[in-house]
Design a protein around this ligand. Sequence first.
Ligand SMILES: Cc1ncc(COP(=O)(O)O)c(C=O)c1O
Length: 413
Amino acid sequence: MRDLFDRIYKNKGPLGMWASQAEGYFVFPKLEGPISNRMKFKGKEVITWSINDYLGLSNLSEVREIDFKAAYDYGSAYPMGARMMSGHTDLHEKLENELAQFVEKESAYLLNFGYQGILSTIDALVGKNDVIVYDVDSHACIVDGVRLHIGKRFTYKHNDVLSLEKNLIRASKIIEQTGGGILVISEGVFGMRGEQGCLKEICELKKKFNFRFLVDDAHGFGTLGKTGAGTGFEQGIQNEIDVYFATFAKSMASTGAFIASEKEVIDYLKYNMRSQMFAKSLQTQLVIGALKRLSILKSRPELKNKLWENVLMLQNGLKNNGFNIGNTQSCVTPVYLEGSIPEAMSLVKDLRENFGVFCSIVVYPVIPKGLILLRLIPTATHTKEDINETLDAFSKIRERLKRGVYKLKTKVK
Ligand SMILES: Cc1ncc(COP(=O)(O)O)c(C=O)c1O
């Protein structure tokens, strides 16, 4: 008889198989020092382009002070129990009311983590007779939420409204038989390549099809829209989004998330969303921290302005230097280069060791074979020097890549 662990011993999985070469460097790297535009990696200072602290809130002194005081006042346990049982407080309600008001929805509900939260939201919103239609390039949390669905689901081609329409026709035929409804899911901003979801065009389809629309706006919240309230506002269709989701893990520089919708839907989710019903409530120290962050987000537009100043300087600098940055329409800044996986590893090592530039690297199978994606996340804390040094470093590594310098394999320590 086979031991269950045999498979695990033999095959570490698509990412795990690279662990011996990549761990500690390309994956699970340890960035040290306070979260900022410059941190330490393996003892050396690097410009950090891989942290989603868009507005630079993580280390603002008033944020740190509130976090400190809330931790002192409440500890990390309070409140004990799930929201439904013994983990409900005025502060949770206050934050939900403020979030709902900010994103202009009737009601909001807090989630402990974005990932579990959206997964569970999808699970609670649909039943076996319903059909989900979602973008093929969706974040893992959406894919995994859809996996829980026992009814039909279809993907549409990435950001392709025609493909969505075709799938809505298929979905509509099915619900005619089952008597169910349709849920369409898109991201507000696709976090790998930076394109905004074509939310406006999707909402236009509501004139032809009957569906409800869920938007995961992890990267749009805090960065897009006049007030920073997200991609729905940026595209002028926030009122057409039926269920809006954002995490605190990016612009809010914390942990936790929320969904917002009409009151009846939120009331339903409160009683049916398993990730919140059967898990401990978000700690009060995080709730207080989020209240403070939200008030800064609302009252200090200069942070978002500074962020965008940096985004434009970086993206224009890259474009003017002939780099391919794809179709980004957000702060997420991808740089596409041509090369193999070993070349990509040597190149990133060179960037980190010799140019002090730390960014994330994405290769096949996430993107097509032969392409290297370097992903930069500008924040409000980056300086002009950071950007100029990085642009200079990118020009040099591209030249080395073209000369074949990275073909000679470099062993990672
Ligand atoms: C698009 C998107 N949705 C959801 C999540 C999950 O959020 P959290 O980190 O709060 O679990 C992330 C990543 O953080 C994300 O990028």
